[in-house]
Write a protein that binds this ligand. Structure first.
Ligand code: FPP
Length: 251
């Protein structure tokens, strides 16, 4: 993941929204929309592999999604289980490292076991780092980082004046990856919805009306072209940057 063609994000973060509406427009149960959404996940992964994007983080299930009707949550669990069973060996073959962030203890044991074995099987892969955010919430991520630092202070391993942006960042999920360069949200809403709040501080945001199950390569291509045209200043002036950005020397 060290050398990336100019204009290509090193890390893409995606909110896959619109599955429910896709199904409702077809007068089908929402679960059918999620199933179609799982196919779009493959479109997105293939795109990242082809374009040399090193990391892809997908928001598959938020901490708040547990509050959806039981039938829908059950259908999503079944879908996660079958996707894990079906896709992981192929992802491994293609050099994809799979990893999960979020409150994994809230998932049934059958899913937790498959998450662990997918991570173990693919741990050595380097072509694409695929992160699935499941029962994830950005505020909860920040809170757990703060708790982890507080525990170190209490135990005398850290001084309170050593708590700063760097030590916080080191305790967040995805501490080992560059922050997302580009965020895409499908489904027409223009918000971040408690996804990667800390990590998105300087991320370029891109929104489309397209519903997630309809995701296609031309849409992803448009997002990338738009991203490549943007100047990322990270709070500095254009003149100061002189074509470089402090967080991403290739941008
Ligand atoms: C949001 O659409 C989508 C979800 C809550 C679930 C995302 C899950 C998938 C794309 C399926 C499988 C994923 C993996 C990683 C195998 P929504 O239901 O909120 O849509 P709506 O806004 O139209 O109601």
């Amino acid at each position: 993941m060290s050398t990336v063609p100019a204009g290509i994000p090193r890390h893409l973060a995606v909110i896959m929204d619109g599955n429910g509406r896709w199904a409702e427009r077809r007068k089908r149960p929402r679960a059918i929309g999620h199933r179609a959404g799982a196919r779009a996940v493959n479109v997105c992964i293939d795109f990242c592999l082809e374009r040399g994007i090193g990391a892809l983080t997908l928001f598959a299930f938020s901490s708040e999604n547990w509050g959806r009707p039981q039938e829908e949550v059950g259908a999503l669990m079944k879908l996660f289980l079958s996707a894990l069973d079906r896709e992981v060996s192929e992802l491994d073959r293609r050099g994809v490292r799979v990893r999960f962030i979020g409150e994994r203890e809230r998932f049934p044991a059958s899913i937790r076991e498959r998450m662990a074995s997918a991570e173990a099987l693919t741990a050595g892969n380097q072509r694409l780092h695929l992160v699935i955010a499941a029962s994830y919430g950005g505020r909860q991520d920040i809170a757990q980082a703060a708790r982890s630092l507080a525990e170190d202070v209490l135990a005398g391993r850290l001084r309170s004046d050593e708590i700063n942006e760097n030590t916080m960042a080191s305790r967040m999920a995805l501490a080992d990856l560059p922050a997302p360069d580009l965020f895409i949200r499908t489904g027409g809403d223009h918000r971040v919805s408690n996804f990667l709040l800390w990590q998105l501080a300087y991320t370029e945001l891109w929104f489309t009306e397209q519903l997630w199950p309809d995701l296609d390569v031309p849409t992803l291509q448009r997002a990338l072209e738009d991203y490549a045209r943007r100047e990322r200043r990270f709070g500095l002036t254009s003149a100061q940057l002189g074509g470089h950005s402090p967080e991403n020397p290739s941008a």
